[in-house]
Design a binder for this molecule. Structure first.
Ligand SMILES: NC(=O)c1ccc[n+]([C@@H]2O[C@H](COP(=O)([O-])OP(=O)(O)OC[C@H]3O[C@@H](n4cnc5c(N)ncnc54)[C@H](OP(=O)(O)O)[C@@H]3O)[C@@H](O)[C@H]2O)c1
Length: 183
């Protein structure tokens, strides 16, 4: 939902006296940051928890997909390259996708951890995020991804990751000048 829909839902729940929701599940990751435009501020204002789904961009943020070779094999996109939000034809042509993946990999190398761990740790540390919903095909993936819980990223690393993944909306209404006008 969008921000206004979330606020309207909270108001209508309050007006009938039903128990209020305590959390929402939006998609949010280093590859899907548009969630920050309205959904996160609305959730913070309404004191709703945020359980982020798709934290690895459906597998992209593990670094396993290649720019030059379309996905094959026993992976989400290997089995169906056109699948959902993470479709190869949608993300692969974008330079921004690879810019994010390269920065994630650089940080991962410095910590000697996986790219997935870095992507999960960045997400966990974002304002308003209550927890991260992990998706995994196997217990091995799950165990490996759980190492993110012990990973602490520095302010500089968080900033570099945020900068590489910034969706850079135009000035109005979500870009820098629009934000200044609302401050
Ligand atoms: N509330 C909602 O509207 C909503 C919507 C969608 C999902 N969800 C929930 O959120 C959960 C998480 O979303 P998601 O599954 O899209 O999350 P995700 O973490 O972005 O993607 C998970 C997929 O990435 C791949 N992967 C995970 N760890 C890996 C590793 N270490 N190495 C290599 N590949 C790895 C696996 O797929 P492959 O190995 O097959 O590539 C796995 O299924 C879902 O399972 C679902 O329960 C909620």
């Amino acid at each position: 939902m969008t921000g206004w829909q979330l606020q309207k839902m909270m108001a209508s729940v309050a007006s009938v006296g039903t128990s209020a929701p305590i959390t929402i599940q939006p998609q949010y990751s280093l590859l899907v940051r548009e969630t920050e435009y309205e959904i996160l501020p609305s959730a913070l204002d309404a004191q709703l928890g945020v359980l982020a789904w798709g934290p690895l961009g459906g597998g992209w943020l593990t670094g396993k997909y290649s720019r030059t070779a379309p996905p094959t094999g026993r992976t989400r996109l290997g089995e169906n390259p056109s699948r959902g939000f993470e479709a190869y034809s949608k993300r692969a042509p974008r330079d921004g996708t690879w810019k994010v993946l390269e920065e994630v990999e650089r940080v991962a190398r410095d910590h000697d951890v996986t790219s997935a761990a870095v992507a999960l740790a960045w997400l966990r540390d974002q304002t308003g995020v209550t927890s991260v919903i992990l998706g995994a095909r196997s217990a091995t993936q799950l165990e490996s991804n759980m190492t993110a819980a012990g990973l602490t990223l520095s302010i500089d690393e968080l900033t570099r990751l945020s900068s590489a993944s910034d969706p850079r909306p135009d000035d109005y209404p979500y870009g820098p000048r629009g934000q200044e006008q609302r401050a």
